[in-house]
Design a protein. Structure first.
Length: 399
């Protein structure tokens, strides 16, 4: 296996971690040059928790004028970005503040793209690279998407196609991320599980790659073991500061590309398979990933070449503690996937389409929408998957 391909990496986001750090919001915005702010958030949770009041006080104390955009949905909508962008342009906003989950942050990024590109933003949700984005700061309240330090954003196109589209462009990282693990105490057990699966998937997508490095593997494996250990603890004891801290850090570092250093080429595949499940059925993205990951990896074990199976066996040994001296490599890989499924169930996540709330009769629609979004096949992943493969994966998820 080839190691350490050329790469560039910029630790861009200024992280402020710990208790009460949200009280520094105004100072952080001043530090990074913001003068007029749009605060983007979802429903009423940040107001019920008191976070909203603390952030507003910090902005007022720093003398920073701001406006608000609420109503972000769990699978964020293009239409709200359109609405927010017009307001932000009219109000001459120069700094976006995303407060809440990854959806609020992704919405803020979409608006920030439009502010920096004469109102254009949607073309960047695809293959057109973005070269600049207005500044974004974040205060996230769930360990999950990693959008607070990543270069990515995902939106549902509720204006034209109904599909999810996203990007990963280097200039689109937030300039700061305020991380207070206490803000995640009120996250429900289900959403904690879904967020943990999302973190897991962001690491999996960088682990299952055709060109790896020892250090990159070690970063990935330790991140995966962290989520494996602390997700059940956080679910059982929501106010366990250590568990919430570990998950919050894992969420950010799983998606800021640290786990991808020295690695290039086709990778992952789970996001391509899942994206239209949450986009069309409005299911939790992490829950969809929980169901897709073992089904996708099982298909590779059953039908893939020896080097791919060996990689999945390594995943079983290094992450799930499978003994490497079992009868054969495939047996090691299968045992690792068995333990993976047990863990997924232990954090309350689904393994089947039925558990996701998707009717068995919609199976063909699931397959067709996925393939349509992928251009007919999943290519450029850890293992290319044609229509027969995608059909087999989703069919295996029918209870």
């Amino acid at each position: 296996m080839k190691t350490f391909t050329n790469f560039s990496f910029h630790m861009y986001t200024d992280i402020l971690f710990g208790k009460d750090t949200e009280k520094e919001t105004g100072n952080m915005i001043r530090k990074h040059g913001g003068t007029r702010v749009m605060m983007v958030y979802g429903g009423g949770s940040i107001k019920k928790s008191g976070l909203y009041d603390r952030v507003v006080k910090s902005l007022n104390d720093a003398g920073i004028p701001f406006i608000e955009l609420g109503g972000v949905k769990p699978n964020p909508l293009r239409s709200l970005v359109d609405k927010g962008l017009k307001i932000a342009q009219d109000e001459k906003i120069d700094f976006m503040l995303g407060v809440g989950g990854g959806s609020a942050i992704d919405t803020a990024k979409g608006i920030a793209l439009g502010l920096a590109n004469n109102g254009e933003y949607w073309k960047f949700y695809g293959n057109v690279p973005a070269e600049k984005m207005a500044k974004v700061g974040t205060i996230h309240t769930i360990a999950a998407a990693g959008s607070e330090t990543s270069s990515s954003s995902v939106l549902v196109d509720d204006i034209e196609t109904g599909r999810k589209k996203g990007f990963m462009w280097t200039p689109c990282r937030p300039v700061f991320a305020i991380m207070n693990p206490e803000l995640t105490y009120t996250v429900s057990p289900y959403q904690t599980g879904a967020g943990s699966a999302d973190i897991f998937a962001h690491t999996v997508m960088r682990y299952f790659i055709n060109s790896a490095s020892y250090l990159g593997d070690a970063y990935c494996e330790s991140t995966l073991r962290t989520v494996l250990k602390y997700a059940p603890i956080a679910i059982a004891n929501p106010t366990d500061y250590e568990a919430r801290s570990e998950l919050m850090l894992a969420g950010s570092f799983s998606h800021n590309d640290l786990t991808g250093i020295g690695r290039s080429g086709p990778r992952g595949g789970e996001h391509g398979l899942e994206s239209q499940l949450s986009g069309y059925y409005d299911t939790a993205h992490g829950a969809g990933l929980a169901a897709v990951m073992p089904a996708w990896l099982q298909y590779i074990v059953d039908h893939g070449p020896a080097d791919k199976v060996a990689r999945i066996a390594q995943f079983g040994v290094k992450v799930f503690g499978v003994e490497p001296d079992m009868a054969d490599v495939k047996a090691v890989a299968n045992e690792g996937l068995r333990r993976f499924r047990v863990w997924i169930k232990s954090i309350g996540m689904p393994l089947t389409l039925k558990e996701l709330g998707i009717p068995k009769g919609d199976l063909q629609g699931v397959i067709d929408r996925c393939l349509d979004n992928l251009g007919g096949a999943l290519e450029g992943a850890f293992m290319d998957l044609d229509r027969n493969a995608v059909t087999a994966i989703f069919s295996s998820m029918v209870e």
